[in-house]
Design a protein around this ligand. Structure first.
Ligand code: NAP
Ligand code: GFB
Length: 319
């Protein structure tokens, strides 16, 4: 049962989200699963993980040997700025319940999910895995960032089993949350450009367009998640991101969306809206040391696939 030699039974919390759907695709369509393995993808309907009773019940039911813990209250800059306290409390509940439930079924491994936005706002660059607790995060997502940091604290307090976490940079791809008010920048721009094209109105980019971001395609992240689950055995978290050299400005990201969607209208910038963190440039040197031949999908190709998915699935997309 303990999974190290017996079959793996992997429970994916947050299995119906952007990252969860990508892992499900890699597991089911790209031969990501191995002989005899069982993969279970949870949605909040299976258990509200903010409730310890429901969390314990779903863990008792599945008796997982391994857990990929994705479930969280997630949102872009503007949703974080509106709901900092909820991001703090909801994620603290979810994370403590899931990690405690994993402990109670004596799971062999838990791989949780942090984010490059949780690093200190005042820092040197490039940011690396050793810097997580070296100072307060950017105030725009203060609650979310501290809740995520507590996962790392929990992992370091846990002995006997190796519970770890990955630190993705901004993720995008099919099945994202395209809601304009709550979502992240790329799905927000895709949705706004789609509407602007239909209405013949300008695409309004929020902020100055000067902040800088690294974007990882959800399917690349999913492939890396499987590699971490099988091959990475340290408590220390590992950054999963494209390189520093792949960092783009929000303006360049908007222009890439315009190109990927074939938007023909005008692009304007609403500088009354916040810019958030200017940059959070992360190093992926540790990933490349451990997994030297991993190749990322080129950004423009990944963005085109995401736009095509959105247009083809507009009616059912989360927006
Ligand atoms: P997402 O698309 O918003 O999906 C969130 C998932 O969590 C959904 O499956 C949702 O279930 C589930 N969930 C939310 N609240 C829950 C609750 N109370 N009980 C049970 N399940 C709950 O998020 P995502 O972008 O895939 O993010 C996945 C992980 O990656 C998160 O830990 C996030 O912090 C991390 N991350 C994301 C980004 C990014 O740019 N997106 C960047 C870095 C790190 P339902 O579908 O039923 O609502
Ligand atoms: O993805 P995003 O919302 O979050 O990006 P962060 C915000 C940046 O994109 C700001 C600009 O500079 C915005 O001014 N922007 C331009 C837009 N147009 C838009 C738009 O239509 N929608 C959005 N959302 N932004 C988040 C954290 O920071 O990073 C979260 O707050 C999470 O906690 C996420 O970790 C990965 O990258 O700024």
């Amino acid at each position: 049962k303990n999974g190290t030699n017996g079959p793996m039974r992997v429970l994916v919390t947050g299995g119906t989200g952007l990252v969860g759907r990508a892992i499900e695709h890699v597991v089911k369509e790209e031969g990501g699963a191995r002989e005899g393995e069982e993969w279970i993808f949870l949605s909040s309907k299976d258990a509200n993980l903010m409730d310890m009773g429901e969390t314990r019940a779903v863990f008792q039911k599945h008796q997982p040997t391994h857990i990929i813990h994705l479930a969280a209250m997630v949102g872009g800059l503007f949703k974080n700025m509106r709901a900092n306290l909820d991001f703090w409390r909801n994620n603290i509940y979810i994370n403590d319940n899931v990690l405690q439930a994993a402990h109670e079924v004596d799971a062999v491994r838990v791989v949780s999910c942090l984010s490059t936005c949780i690093f200190p706002d005042k820092t040197t660059y490039p940011i690396d895995e050793t810097m997580i607790h070296n100072g307060p995060p950017h105030e725009s997502n203060y609650g979310y960032a501290y809740a995520k940091r507590m996962i790392d604290v929990h992992n370091r307090c846990k002995h006997g089993r190796c519970y770890t976490a990955v630190i993705p940079t901004n993720v995008f791809g099919p099945h994202d949350n395209f809601n304009i008010e709550d979502g992240h920048v790329l799905p927000g721009l895709i949705h706004k450009a789609y509407i602007a094209q239909k209405e013949g109105s300008p695409l309004v980019v929020w902020g100055t367009g000067t902040p800088r971001r690294q974007f990882i395609y959800s399917l690349d992240l999913a492939r890396l998640f499987l590699w971490v689950l099988r091959e990475y055995h340290e408590v220390d978290p590992i950054i999963l991101s494209v390189g520093e050299e792949d960092e783009v400005s929000i303006k360049e990201a908007a222009e890439a969306v315009v190109e990927a969607l074939g938007f023909k209208g005008q692009v304007t910038y609403d500088t009354t809206k916040a810019d958030g963190q200017f940059k959070k440039t992360a190093s992926n040197a540790k990933l490349l040391r451990y997994h030297p031949n991993f190749t990322f999908t080129p950004f423009k190709q990944a963005l085109k696939q995401t736009c095509d998915w959105f247009v083809a699935n507009y009616d059912n997309a989360r927006k």
